[in-house]
Design a protein around this ligand. Structure first.
Ligand code: AMP
Ligand code: MG
Length: 523
């Protein structure tokens, strides 16, 4: 293994929990606890991302070295690693939950690469920490496969996200009651190494604020701005309040872009608690997330959310706003009044609306978004929802509809139900005619329009049933399904002849199956 250069600013510059005793505890006055990963029986590398390895300065031979699986399974440290678990709180399902912290994530350190980028490495499932509460600190293979694949899929889709370097099977069993019905079962365990410039969450700020520890809050704010926002330097003569206000607005802006992208590709996070919101506006904590098959703004993949549907597809923009308001409330002690925070929240709304307009135009193959185009999109959403139409297939195939002679001919694969397709025909044909008329008003060549649509409407997304199939094969000892999927998802906007089965609609068997249409939080 080559030597990576570590510069562990988080543990160096911020106050640590003085205790390193085992066991869980409330940790006050400190932003993290030092803790070692707990070794596993037989670490085995199941998959890795070659892009992330290269980004960190690791080549394929380094990854193949048995030392790699030892380090990223939690059995060894590289020189310069200083493991820790972060201390944070959060609002879960709308309620303040107090201290949460990294209960099964362990930060290893911050790699600084040759081009000068900083990347935090973090193991998920590496054993108990002071924040594990009543749980075991471990993760099952099924949820680890999902986190590994989706992190990389989102990156290749151009959606801001934490990355995944590796997926290591531990050789140890983990017991989970997947359906919370009193039937716990032993499942294979795994560890994912996540990679991001920062793993700081909204909840990191909320916890010291909730305890009225304003000096600690201010240290974290100043640290975060300095380390994680190098492109946001203080303007000459700018006072501290103005600078921090610009930073909050930047967080709001990034969050808006991220959520607008989720809506564009049909991603539903499933657990948008404030401890799962990255200060960098990255998609983080892939748990019971899901991908929309038939377009449905009401759908939530998370069984725990089935009652209230707080985290349903169509509610994500509102929830992100609510979460930013909670962050704003936590930051309010360092602002003299509410104006600065209100301005940040307004930035969220403005950037979301503007980005959503851009996406609307691009998805429909229009050069710009006029106000009437928003109505056109709304009308389409209504039709897709009512007639059970596959979101990804529909938008991808829309580029094949001829504006000179619009018809439903390119769209048969987008329907889940023949009767519904039949029923949809008059209204959808009418909509396609309206859309074609609008397209003809633009001065784009067909090739330009098609290129724009295909760069915005992916062909390949990580449909829930695809992930589930790869998981079932991996559970039987066949990792190839994970590798195949990763390969396909590296180029989601390319046609990839021969790989069409990965772009098909959800099969009937997957409609109500666990792991395919609904996901448990148990992971
Ligand atoms: P999540 O819903 O995954 O964001 O987790 C919420 C909180 O529960 C976080 O503090 C996690 O670290 C903690 N947690 C989740 N699963 C486990 C586990 N298996 N062991 C320890 N802590 C966990
Ligand atoms: Mg979490």
């Amino acid at each position: 293994m080559p030597a990576l250069r570590f510069d562990n600013a988080f543990v160096r510059d911020l106050p640590a929990d003085p205790s390193t005793a085992p066991g869980t505890r409330q940790v006050r006055g400190a932003l993290y606890s030092r803790v070692m990963p707990t070794p596993v029986s037989a670490p085995r590398l199941v998959a890795h991302s070659r892009e992330v390895a290269a980004m960190l300065g690791l080549d394929e031979a380094d990854v193949a070295d048995p030392a790699f699986a030892r380090v990223f399974g939690g059995n060894a440290l590289m020189d310069g690693m200083e493991p820790y678990a972060a201390n944070y709180g959060g609002h879960q399902f709308g309620h303040w939950a107090g201290q949460l912290g990294d209960g099964r994530a362990i930060g290893l350190g911050e790699v600084v690469t040759a081009p000068g980028q900083r990347w935090e490495l973090q193991l998920k499932g590496a054993g108990p920490t002071p924040y594990s509460r009543t749980a075991d600190g471990r993760a099952v293979l099924r949820s680890s496969v999902r986190e590994f694949l989706c992190s990389e899929a989102m990156h290749h889709l151009g959606v801001p996200t934490t990355r995944a370097l590796s997926l290591v099977a531990t050789g140890d069993a983990v017991v989970r009651d997947m359906f919370y019905d009193g039937n716990p079962e032993a499942e294979p365990g795994a560890v994912v190494c996540r990679v991001a410039p920062s793993f700081i969450r909204f909840g990191n700020f909320e916890l010291p604020a909730s305890r009225d520890d304003i000096p600690l809050l201010e240290r974290l704010i100043d640290f975060t701005i300095a380390r994680d926002f190098p492109d946001l330097p203080a303007a000459p003569g700018e006072d501290r309040v103005e600078y921090r206000a610009r930073w909050f607005a930047e967080v709001c802006e990034r969050t808006a872009r991220m959520v607008a992208d989720w809506m564009r590709v049909g991603f539903v996070h499933g657990v948008m608690n404030t401890d799962n919101m990255s200060i960098l506006g990255l998609t983080i904590d892939y748990g019971p997330y899901g991908w929309v098959d038939n377009y449905d703004l009401e759908w939530t993949p998370n069984t725990t959310d089935a009652q209230g549907r707080r985290y349903r597809f169509g509610n994500q923009p509102q929830i992100a706003y609510w979460n930013l308001s909670r962050l704003g409330a936590a930051l309010s002690p360092v602002f003299p009044g509410p104006e600065h925070l209100e301005a940040g929240l307004k930035r969220y709304v403005d950037v979301f609306v503007e980005t959503d307009r851009r996406h609307t135009a691009a998805k429909l193959g229009l050069r710009e978004c006029r106000d009437e185009d928003l109505e056109l999109m709304d009308a389409l959403r209504g039709l897709l929802q009512e007639h059970e139409v596959d979101m990804t297939i529909f938008f991808r195939a829309l580029a094949d509809v001829d504006p000179a002679a619009p018809s439903m001919a390119p769209l048969p694969d987008a329907f889940y139900d023949d009767a519904k397709r039949h029923h949809a025909e008059p209204a959808l044909t009418d909509w396609l005619a309206r859309h074609a008329a609008r397209v003809r008003e633009d001065a784009w060549t067909p090739a330009e329009r098609r290129a724009c649509m295909q760069a915005t409407n992916p062909k390949y997304v990580l449909r829930n049933y695809l992930a589930q199939q790869a998981i079932e094969r991996a559970t039987q000892g066949d990792d190839a399904g994970i590798h195949e999927l990763l390969e396909v998802l590296r180029r989601p906007y390319d046609d990839q002849p021969g790989r069409e089965p990965f772009a098909g609609r959800r099969p009937d068997w997957a409609r109500h199956r666990a792991g395919c249409s609904m996901l448990s939080c148990s992971s």
